[in-house]
Design a protein around this ligand. Structure first.
Ligand SMILES: Cc1cc2nc3c(=O)[nH]c(=O)nc-3n(C[C@H](O)[C@H](O)[C@H](O)COP(=O)(O)OP(=O)(O)OC[C@H]3O[C@@H](n4cnc5c(N)ncnc54)[C@H](O)[C@@H]3O)c2cc1C
Length: 709
C-alpha cells in the first residue's frame, strides 16, 4: 500500500468537501480508505493503477478548467490534443510519485490506456434521429460506470457555485435512499437536500457542466419516495425535494373555485387538511395520500378512486415552476398561439423547447394520435397527445391551447425538476351514496361495471375475495385505524355480512359504487340498484348503515397492507400492479390472469379501480430466493402481453420507472418510442435528469431487484 497526499483541487474546499465525505464515495467502491487520524487529508490507495487514474483525472480537470472558454469552440482535433496533453502530464506525474524500474513502466502503460479512454469519451460524436439531434448517451450509459471521481467533484463544484442545502454521502443516508416502495434497490452516491429553488437551479447548472466530463452523473428528484415503479431510484445523485421544499404558499378561493400554490415536498395529507377549511379537496388523490407528497404525485401523474370522474393529477395542474436543463426556472402553463409566438421570440431554453416540441407534434400528428392509449387512465410514455387540446392547425387558429405541464406531469423527473406548483381543487361532495355488489361469478364482473358506469359514479372500486378473507382473519389490524366502539361495529358488520348475507361464501370480487348528486336521490338509487342486479350483480345493495359503509372502505383501503399478512416470509410484489383494460374486457382479462397465476404457481391479492378497468395485482414472491428475477421477467412478459391483447396498457397510474420502461415496446411501436426519446432529448439534451426511466432503459431488472422481502 502507498500513502499519497490527495490532489489539492479535489479536496481543497475544507468544510464543504470534507475528506471523510469524499473518501466515503471512494471507499464504497472498495477503492480507498480514509486515514482520519492523519487530519483526514491522507488517503490510502490500494492499487497503483487507480492511483494513476486518480492523478490523470485530476490533472485533466485542471486543464479543462483553464481551457474552459476555448473548449466551447474546440474541434475534435483540439479536444484530442488537450486529452493527449493530459496523458503526458499524468504519466510524468505518476512516474515521479512511484518507485522506479518495472513498476514505473507498468504504470506508464496503464496511464496511456486511461487517457485513450478519456480521449474517446471527449470526442464522442452526437447522432441524429427523427429530425432531432440526439446525443447517444444511452450507449455510454449501457457501459455505465460509477465514476466516483465525478461524484466527488460535484460536491466541490456545488459548494463553489453557492449550493446551500445538505450534500451527503453518509452510508446510512445512502441506504435510506436506496429503496422506495418498489421491488428494486439501487444505491445512490450522493444525496442533495436543496434549501430553495435557487439550490435546485445551482445543482442543475453544475450537473449540466460536469456531465459532459462524467457521463454517468445525473440528478434524480425524489419526494416522499413511495413510488411503486422505482422512479426515484438512481446510482448517481438524488435530489430530495421533500426535506426543505415543503411550504404551502397560498390558497385562493376565487371566482373559478379554490386553487393553491405550494412547493413540491408538501405532503398530500397536509394540503388536504388545509383545503378542508375551504370544503375542497384534490380529487385525483392516490390511495397513498397519507404518505406521499404533492410534487411526487405530479411527477408520477398519480390518480386514485375519484379519477374515474376527475382524471389524473395532470388534469388539476394550473401551472408549474420547473428548473429546466439550463438551470433556470420557467413558469409552464397553458398558452394561446399568440402567447406562444411572443414567448418563442425569447432566446432561452424554454423558447427553444416550445418551438421544438410544437414542430415535433406538427410533424408527427397522426402518429401521436395513433399512439394515444385507449384506456382512460395511463401513465406510460410521455403524454404528447395531451399537449394541445385540438390539432396544431386549431392551435394556430387560436382555437386550442398548448400546455407543456401535460408533459412534465408524469415525466418522473426526466425532463425537469418542479420547484413550485399551482393546482385547482374541487368542492367536496356531501351527498354521496354507496352501492355494494358482491360478484360471485367472474363472468359477470365486466357487465356489472359497464352498467354501473351508466349512472355517472364518482368511483367504482373493487377488492377480491382474498382481501376480504384476510380482513376477517386479521381483525386486530383495524384496531389502530378505528376508535373504540366504531372498531366493534365495523367488525360486527364484517362478520354479519359474511355469515348471514353471503352465507359463508366469499365472492370473487366486491364492487363499491359511489353515486352523488341527482343519481344519489332515492328513486335514482333504486333504479341504479335494479339495473345493476339485472346486469349480473344479483345481490347489489344500497348500503345505509354507516358502520357497514365504513367496513367496506376499510377493507378496500387496507387491501395492499392486508396482502402482506398472507405470508410474512414473502413480499406482495409490485410489478404487475398497474395494468388497465377497458371495463368491457374485464371478465375475459381476469379469466386469463387467473390461468397465468396458476401457471406461475403464485397467489396474488387483487384490488383496484374497477370503473377504469384498473387492477393492482400483487403476487407473493420471496426476494431472498434465487430465480426470483427470472420469475419477475417471465411474469412481466406474459401478463403485459395479456393486458395489451385486451386493449389495455401496462401502466395506469404508477408510471414506468425501472419496472416498466423496458416493456414500453409492448404498447408502443418503434416510431412512437422514438418520439418519446426525441421529446426527452429536446428538454434534456445532456440527459442529466433521471436517466434510464421512460426512455433508454438501462437498469437491468434482475440486477436491480431488492434482495430482502
Ligand atoms: C400503499 C400504496 C398505495 C399507492 N396507491 C397509489 C394510487 O392509488 N395511485 C397512484 O397513482 N399511486 C399510488 N401509489 C404510488 C405512490 O405512492 C404515488 O404515485 C405517489 O403519488 C408518489 O408520491 P411521492 O411523493 O412518494 O413521490 P416519489 O416516489 O418520491 O416520486 C415519484 C416520481 O416523481 C419524480 N419526482 C419527485 N419529485 C419531483 C419533482 N419535484 N419534480 C419532478 N419530478 C419529481 C421522482 O423522480 C419519481 O420518478 C401507492 C403507493 C403505495 C405504497
Amino acid at each position: 500500500m502507498i500513502l499519497i497526499q490527495t490532489p489539492a483541487p479535489c479536496f481543497a474546499h475544507g468544510a464543504v468537501l470534507r475528506v471523510d465525505t469524499a473518501t466515503t464515495v471512494w471507499s464504497r467502491c472498495g477503492i480507498i480508505e480514509s486515514n482520519k487520524k492523519a487530519g483526514g487529508s491522507l488517503v490510502v490507495l490500494h492499487c497503483l493503477a487507480l492511483q494513476l487514474f486518480f492523478c490523470a483525472m485530476a490533472t485533466k480537470l485542471k486543464i479543462n478548467d483553464a481551457t474552459k472558454s476555448k473548449k466551447a469552440t474546440a474541434t475534435k482535433v483540439s479536444k484530442k490534443r488537450v486529452a493527449k496533453k493530459v496523458a503526458k502530464r499524468s504519466v510524468k506525474k505518476v512516474a515521479k510519485t512511484t518507485s522506479p524500474g518495472s513498476r514505473a513502466k507498468h504504470t506508464t502503460g496503464q496511464a496511456k490506456k486511461t487517457v485513450k479512454r478519456l480521449v474517446k469519451r471527449v470526442v464522442k460524436k452526437p447522432k441524429a434521429t427523427s429530425g432531432v439531434t440526439v446525443v447517444d448517451r444511452s450507449e455510454l450509459l449501457k457501459q455505465h460506470k460509477p465514476q466516483p471521481l465525478g461524484h466527488l467533484l460535484v460536491e466541490q463544484k456545488l459548494r463553489e457555485a453557492g449550493f446551500r442545502g445538505e450534500v451527503s454521502s453518509d452510508p446510512a443516508l445512502l441506504n435510506e435512499y436506496s429503496t422506495d416502495e418498489s421491488i428494486f434497490a439501487v444505491r445512490p452516491q450522493i444525496i442533495l437536500q436543496p434549501k430553495s429553488g435557487k439550490d435546485v437551479e445551482t445543482a442543475v447548472r453544475v450537473l449540466s457542466a460536469e456531465t459532459k466530463r462524467f457521463p454517468s452523473l445525473s440528478l434524480t428528484p425524489r419526494a416522499a419516495g413511495t413510488g411503486l415503479s422505482g422512479g426515484s431510484l438512481t446510482d448517481s445523485i438524488v435530489i430530495d425535494v421533500a426535506k426543505h421544499l415543503a411550504s404551502i404558499h397560498e390558497i385562493v378561493d376565487g371566482a373559478n373555485g379554490v386553487t393553491f400554490t405550494c412547493e413540491p415536498g408538501v405532503m398530500w395529507r397536509d394540503m388536504e387538511r388545509e383545503l378542508k377549511r375551504y370544503d375542497a379537496y384534490i380529487p385525483s388523490y392516490p390511495a397513498s395520500k397519507d404518505i406521499c407528497s404533492i410534487g411526487g404525485s405530479i411527477g408520477n401523474n398519480a390518480a386514485g378512486p375519484d379519477s374515474l370522474r376527475y382524471g389524473h393529477c395532470a388534469d388539476w395542474v394550473a401551472s408549474l415552476e420547473v428548473v429546466l436543463s439550463d438551470g433556470h426556472t420557467y413558469t409552464i402553463q397553458p398558452m394561446s398561439y399568440k402567447e406562444y409566438k411572443a414567448l418563442t421570440k425569447r432566446d432561452d431554453a424554454y423558447a427553444r423547447i416550445l418551438k421544438e416540441v410544437v414542430a415535433l407534434i406538427e410533424k408527427n400528428e397522426a402518429l401521436i394520435q395513433k399512439a394515444k392509449p385507449k384506456t382512460k387512465k395511463n401513465t406510460a410514455g410521455y403524454a404528447l397527445w395531451h399537449c394541445i387540446n385540438g390539432t396544431v392547425a386549431d392551435f394556430k387558429k387560436g382555437k386550442a391551447e398548448l400546455d407543456l405541464t401535460r408533459l412534465v406531469a408524469g415525466s418522473q423527473g426526466t425532463i425537469g425538476i418542479i420547484t413550485k406548483l399551482t393546482m385547482r381543487a374541487q368542492p367536496v361532495a356531501h351527498d354521496t351514496e354507496l352501492i355494494a355488489i358482491p360478484v360471485f361469478n367472474l363472468a359477470d364482473a365486466g357487465n356489472v361495471v359497464v352498467e354501473a358506469l351508466k349512472h355517472d359514479p364518482i368511483n367504482v372500486e373493487v377488492f377480491d375475495g382474498l382481501s376480504f378473507d384476510l380482513a376477517m382473519k386479521n381483525p386486530e389490524f383495524f384496531k389502530d385505524r378505528l376508535d373504540g366502539m366504531q372498531y366493534y361495529k365495523v367488525l360486527l358488520a364484517m362478520y354479519t355480512l359474511y355469515h348471514v348475507r353471503w352465507r359463508r361464501h366469499t365472492p370473487e370480487f366486491t364492487l363499491l359504487v359511489t353515486l352523488d348528486g341527482k343519481h344519489a336521490e332515492k328513486a335514482a338509487l333504486k333504479d341504479a340498484v335494479a339495473a345493476i342486479k339485472a346486469a349480473g350483480g344479483a345481490r347489489a345493495r344500497h348500503i345505509t348503515s354507516p358502520s357497514e359503509r365504513e367496513m367496506f372502505w376499510q377493507v378496500r383501503r387496507a387491501s395492499y397492507t392486508l396482502s402482506k399478512f398472507q405470508d410474512e416470509t414473502k413480499r406482495p410484489a409490485a410489478f404487475l400492479e398497474d395494468m388497465t383494460v377497458p371495463p368491457e374486457n374485464l371478465s375475459k382479462f381476469f379469466a386469463e390472469v387467473k390461468k397465468l397465476l396458476k401457471k406461475f404457481n403464485v397467489t396474488a391479492a387483487v384490488h383496484g379501480h374497477g370503473g377504469n378497468g384498473h387492477f393492482h395485482f400483487y403476487p407473493l414472491l420471496d426476494f431472498t430466493k434465487q430465480g426470483v428475477g427470472d420469475m419477475v421477467e417471465k411474469m412481466s412478459e406474459a401478463f403485459f402481453d395479456t393486458a395489451v391483447k385486451y386493449g389495455g396498457n401496462i401502466c395506469g397510474e404508477h408510471n414506468d420507472g425501472i419496472a416498466r420502461t423496458p416493456y414500453l415496446n409492448k404498447m408502443f411501436s418503434k416510431k412512437e418510442l422514438s418520439l418519446f426519446a426525441a421529446v426527452e432529448h429536446i428538454f434534456d439534451p445532456d440527459d442529466i435528469f433521471n436517466p434510464g426511466k421512460k426512455v433508454n432503459p438501462r437498469f437491468d431488472i434482475k440486477d436491480t431487484l431488492r434482495r430482502t422481502n
